[in-house]
Design a protein around this ligand. Structure first.
Ligand code: IMP
Ligand code: MG
Length: 177
């Protein structure tokens, strides 16, 4: 049992597949930011595991920071982001890369990117482990994508269902019994 009476129905993305795309993303980022320094922003909590793996595949000078936001997207059609934990340092003049676990409607990320853009970074990009393009509500440019996934609710590798399941090394789909 994982949580709330649910168990694993099937594995959607194995740890080996994840390891392979994280390595590829590290190479792509290295190629694009060669000669620069990176400032990676982990969007808590779901991205903590991806962030930890990704930075070990980026062979460039980099610093990390953490941010926690919640989205009111369900209540307001435009989606409004509330900052629960802000960055520790200024991003002015820095090459910022937002590290996300999954882009779903895109509302949270859209607002986070607009918000961070007002702080005058040198550049701002987005890297996500998973992408659910079928659910997109706003047109947002995601610069680096680990893997596209179908419109199914997934847990594992940092992704949760009501706080549970983040510890699973593979990404799975749950079932009720
Ligand atoms: P959105 O793109 O604003 O809709 O929000 C994306 C956020 O919703 C992600 O950062 C996750 O925290 C959460 N989310 C979306 N799809 C899933 C899923 O399949 N499993 C777990 N969390 C998800
Ligand atoms: Mg998230």
């Amino acid at each position: 049992m994982i949580c709330l009476g649910k168990k694993i129905d099937h594995t959607l993305v194995s740890r080996d597949t994840i390891r392979a795309f994280v390595k590829r993303l590290g190479e792509e980022i290295h190629r694009d930011y060669e000669g620069k320094e990176l400032y990676l922003i982990c969007v808590l909590k779901g991205s903590f595991m991806f962030m930890a793996d990704l930075i070990r595949e980026i062979n460039l000078p980099c610093q990390i920071d953490f941010m926690s936001v919640s989205s009111y997207a369900g209540e307001k059609s435009t989606g409004v982001v509330k900052i629960n934990k802000d960055l520790d340092h200024s991003i002015a003049g820095k090459h910022v890369l937002i590290v996300e676990d999954i882009v779903d409607t895109g509302l949270t990320l859209n607002h986070l990117k607009s918000l961070l853009s007002t702080r005058n970074p040198a550049s701002i990009g987005i890297v996500t482990a998973f992408d659910k393009p079928s659910r997109r509500k706003v047109d947002i440019k995601v610069d680096y994508i680990g893997m596209e996934v179908p419109n199914e609710f997934i847990v594992g590798y940092g992704l949760d269902l009501e706080g549970y399941g983040r510890n699973l090394p593979d990404v799975v789909v749950l079932s009720d019994n």
